[in-house]
Design a protein. Structure first.
Length: 256
């Protein structure tokens, strides 16, 4: 059996004494495209931050590549939900992506030829190479999001974490964005928090429903029982005509 690249075991987490996650178990296999869904405040972003090592569980363990997350940070890429950047600052797309290559004592002007080639490859992957000389303030929300993902990819991570990556992308360009993520998934394991049900239906390999507890499904297909469990009430989010496999009712609190 293939060892998971992410292994979350009996994780509990509370913030200011208020429970956020309880008894969460999750195993992510190499090459998975895992989508994390659930209501606002249900613990989705908290789970991501635990897997990134930005937070530490009150109980339980989180391992990435068999080690605590902070020990393998160089093998992980992350695009948070809100990237704080001053759009009026005179910095180019290429400069932003090269930020992902800054390491240790190396200064801003010490980018190598290898860094430049890595930045070009990442921009090509995200289909924004032609914008490399533009200032970030000139980009649309969708273009800017692609640049942030390119910045995460420039270090050539083996796992890419995305927190609501599709939120700022308009409906017209979403289809192309989903195709890009599918291409990335051929070489990178992806874990993404998303409310985009079409992305779930067409590209995900598995789904984690998080609402304090976690329910795992080894299919990217959306069903009404899955949504009911995630949101603790009936939610009509599945478009008619999308093929799906009916799942049974959840039993227990997680997935081992």
């Amino acid at each position: 059996m293939t060892e998971p690249v992410i292994d979350v075991r009996d994780v509990w987490f509370a913030f200011d004494g208020q429970p956020v996650l309880e008894g969460v178990n999750l195993a992510v296999a190499p090459g998975d495209f895992l989508i994390v869904i659930g209501p606002n405040g249900g613990g989705k972003t908290t789970l991501l931050k635990l897997m990134l090592g930005l937070l530490h569980p009150g109980r339980g363990t989180v391992r990435v590549f068999g080690l605590p997350p902070h020990q393998v940070a160089h093998r992980i890429g992350y695009v948070p939900q809100n990237v704080h950047i001053n759009k009026s600052f005179p910095v180019s797309v290429m400069d932003v992506v090269l930020m992902g290559r800054l390491r240790g004592h190396r200064g801003w002007s010490r980018h190598t030829r290898e860094d430049q080639l890595a930045a070009q490859a990442a921009l090509d992957q995200m289909r924004v190479w032609e914008h490399r000389r533009r200032r970030i303030g000139e980009l649309s929300g969708g273009q800017l999001q692609r640049v942030f993902i390119a910045r995460a990819l420039v270090s050539k991570p083996e796992i890419l974490f995305l927190d609501e990556a599709m939120a700022s992308i308009d409906a017209q360009t979403r289809g192309e964005f989903h195709e890009i993520l599918q291409e990335l998934n051929r070489s990178v394991t992806i874990v993404a928090v998303s409310h985009d049900m079409m992305a779930l239906s067409h590209h995900a390999t598995s789904v984690a429903c998080v609402n304090r507890n976690l329910h795992y499904h080894d299919s990217g297909e959306i069903t009404q029982p899955m949504l009911d469990a995630a949101y603790a009430c009936p939610v009509d989010l599945v478009a008619h005509g999308i093929p799906h496999r009916v799942l049974g009712l959840h039993e227990g609190k997680g997935h081992d």
